[in-house]
Design a protein around this ligand. Structure first.
Ligand code: SF4
Length: 332
């Protein structure tokens, strides 16, 4: 995770020069400057997910990272206003952890197919069907679903969390909801019996093992393939490494592969180029339509008006916060 410095236009453009032409940069400079000015006036902080476009990720964000990093950094921020450059469940998590702060979601339509795949009633029905089995929900869920869970997890800590909650409750199985592909990946890494649900990420499930085979053939095998664990098992099996977006970034920085294919959302590679100039990023990606609803223009508008705000009903805050904080406490 990186805490971005305050405005230095040359330095800012330097980090996105591989993704934006000088003309494109010139066109967005006024809104970038306005956002920085508004942030100072509002005492606001912008949290940006790794899937944000480079002009957001490198241009205006204060804190960047994966869902886990954003949740951790949302705790105890001294800002009065949090702008979530991500999707709705991330803004809800920020609100749950900072109930007295203003949390802005620049476009309320930025949802998530995983979060939409399960309801609180589904979780209650599964508990009734599997009495005594602890419930671990992916952070990509609504606050009302988190409120029904024993603990949350992210793709970066899922195995650790499943093993921790199983040990703590003395259970040999864990209900793992809602991503069936992440559930299969966790099952491949642990002896705890995973009981899955039928959710999926509409972006990562589009990949197939044959995509990887054909790209490897294009480069005579001279390419390192890294897949997100929200991908189908056959894709993870065909990759060289699987990990969350933060783990992907760490892998690239540490291993410095000459050429890499990231099997995840398109902006991930764009955002890693600046920190890894010697690595060739091969582009074959799928875009998340929800993440792409967040733009510089709607970030600026939300800071101007302090709307739209994400609110979480008081009766859900305490229970959903308990499952998020239980996750954050594992490994502390
Ligand atoms: S990439 Fe998939 S999991 Fe992430 S926000 Fe988009 S739909 Fe949800």
């Amino acid at each position: 995770m990186t805490v971005q410095p305050r405005l230095d236009l040359d330095a800012v453009y330097g980090r996105m020069r591989d993704s934006l032409t000088p003309v494109e940069w010139k066109l967005i400079v006024p809104v970038v400057e306005e956002i920085h000015r508004l942030k100072a006036e509002r005492n606001a902080v912008i949290l940006a997910h790794n899937y944000m476009k480079p002009e957001i990720f490198h241009g205006v964000a204060d804190i960047v990272g994966d869902s886990l990093a954003l949740a951790q950094k949302a705790v105890g921020t001294e800002a009065d206003v949090i702008v979530m450059a991500g999707v709705h469940f991330m803004a809800e998590t920020a609100k749950v952890l900072n109930p007295h702060k203003v949390v802005l979601m620049p476009d309320m339509r930025a949802g998530c197919s995983l979060a939409d795949s399960i309801t609180a009633a589904d979780v209650r029905a599964l508990r009734a069907k599997h009495p005594g089995v602890p419930v671990c929900v992916y952070v990509n869920t609504s606050a009302e679903v988190k409120a029904e869970a024993d603990i949350c997890c992210t793709s970066g800590n899922a195995v650790k969390i499943v093993e921790a909650i199983a040990a703590e409750t003395g259970s040999d199985s864990v209900l793992f909801l809602p991503d069936k592909y992440l559930a299969a990946y966790v099952q491949s890494q642990t002896k705890v019996k995973i009981i899955p649900f039928d959710g999926a990420c509409e972006v990562h499930e589009q990949y197939s093992a044959s995509d990887i085979t054909s790209i490897r053939a294009d480069y005579d095998g001279d390419i390192t393939v890294i897949a997100h664990p929200e991908c189908p098992s056959e894709v993870i099996g065909a990759a060289d490494f699987a990990g969350s977006t933060a783990q992907m970034a760490d892998f690239v920085a540490k291993e410095k592969p000459a050429r890499v294919l990231l099997i995840t959302e398109c902006s991930m590679g764009d955002n890693l180029i600046a920190a890894n100039p010697a690595v060739e990023f091969v582009r074959s990606c799928h875009m998340c339509p929800h993440m792409k609803r967040i733009t510089l223009d709607n970030i600026a508008a939300s800071l101007r008006t302090l709307e739209p705000r994400v609110e979480v009903p008081a009766h859900l805050i305490e229970r959903s916060r308990a499952s998020v904080e239980r996750m954050l406490s594992v490994g502390r």
